[in-house]
Design a protein around this ligand. Sequence first.
Ligand SMILES: C[S@@+](CC[C@H](N)C(=O)[O-])C[C@H]1O[C@@H](n2cnc3c(N)ncnc32)[C@H](O)[C@@H]1O
Length: 505
Amino acid sequence: MEQGEENLERLLKWATEIGVSDSAISQQGSSLSCLGQSLSISYFPDAGGRGLGAARDIRRGELILKVPKSALMTRASLLKDERLSVAIQGHSSLSPIQILTVGLLYEMEKGRSSWWSPYLMNLPHSYDILATFGEFEKQALQVDDAIWAAEKAILKAELDWKEANALMKELNLKHRLQTFRAWLWASATISSRTMHIPWDEAGCLCPVGDLFNYAAPGEEPSSFEDLELQAHASSFQATSSLHGDTTFMLDIEQLDACSERLTDGCFVEDIAAYCFYARKNYKKGEQVLLCYGTYTNLELLEHYGFSLDENPNEKVFIPLEPELNSYNSWSKESMYIHLSGKPSFALLCALRLWATRPNQRRSVAQFAYSGCQLSAENEIFVMRWISDKCNVVLKSLPTSFGEDCLILDAIAKMQGLHDPLELKNLLASSTGQLRSFVEVNGLQNGEGGAKLRSSWKVKQTMERWRLAVQWRVNYKKILVNCITHCAEITDSLSCQKKSPELNIA
Ligand SMILES: C[S@@+](CC[C@H](N)C(=O)[O-])C[C@H]1O[C@@H](n2cnc3c(N)ncnc32)[C@H](O)[C@@H]1O
């Protein structure tokens, strides 16, 4: 058996002993594995890698996993260690997340003697959140807002680490656990894996529960989603009561308590356990996904180290005239382009009003705010204005959408090639941004292919570079879609204007 498999087996055995269960019927200690009834660990190459699959057909709203409070790694559970607890008292300025981060490193130091060791040894060895990006990957984001987000994330991580240095020294952590690299690992673990708990803003690490990969919530308002889920949950409550097992209920208050993070998992006070509920029906073998919250791709990259090609919550902001804000009460955050390329409701309203003669604005404001077109001329002006802005943004970036798609293909090819000779030839023939990657990573000599294949660091840089290019491809795709959308509207309105009986102006 491979080391990875052995480690997973150890995790499942330990989790079973401490009461983690994917079965609605409590079977602490009586089952060989805490999984197998509803879920099983599988590998999903296109959606998060290691994750949890349905071990049977699952109905929406069903409780699929329960992790007792005693298994959660929280600040409170870590601070049961007296040495840590005493040391922390002298560092009251550290934030809850900094304390959880130090606590995690402190447990890592304990190695096999840590109570959480079966869990800790199954954590990823490295992460790709924005704070881990080097200069090359950061610049590969191309868009100022994204580069700033990366810079901010890196500076924040450095500052947090420096502030926690004294405590780590006092705890006498091994040198390698006191490095910025180790800090990045621990803070990325916390950023990408913690779940909300009502009693601690730092959240908790939830063994087994943190194996669920992410699915974005749809476009429907979350309150509607919640209501639907609540309705289903009440029927689940009735069913489970029939079995005389009232512990497996998800009531409305508990559901409301599910917060920004894993919104379909929440801590249920009555049974003192973290509970996970299926957000839709699943067929046996399908990956069971969880919604960690509503995130744009940049936010996903920042906190979780991945982005989605089809993220319904993606937003692309285009530069707006400063005076635009004085004509409306929409916030800047509400004026953006959707995944589909369509302008947001607020952006359209604001621009329609802004494009109206000042002395007419008052009289048409009501129409504009209800989302109506004001006239064909007005709409055509607005569409052309948006389209021009999108074009300006696209042209200001160093590479085009088409070039980026080719770069992504080339990266995929490099990541998939295993023959050093083929890799060497590919590297030798590289041009443009691929050439820059080759040079920055010292791959230009004859050994480049072998280095690319064997160096963990180069592979990591390439994966982060891929993530940056993938992010900007999706960003540009939305701008391209928006230009197409604007052209379609403009064309159709121009045609209508030419036929007087259809003129809507
Ligand atoms: C809570 S963990 C999920 C389990 C994780 N795959 C593992 O092997 O431990 C969250 C991490 O999984 C990965 N992930 C989750 N959902 C994903 C998705 N839809 N696409 C790509 N990566 C995803 C990201 O690396 C993210 O930081």
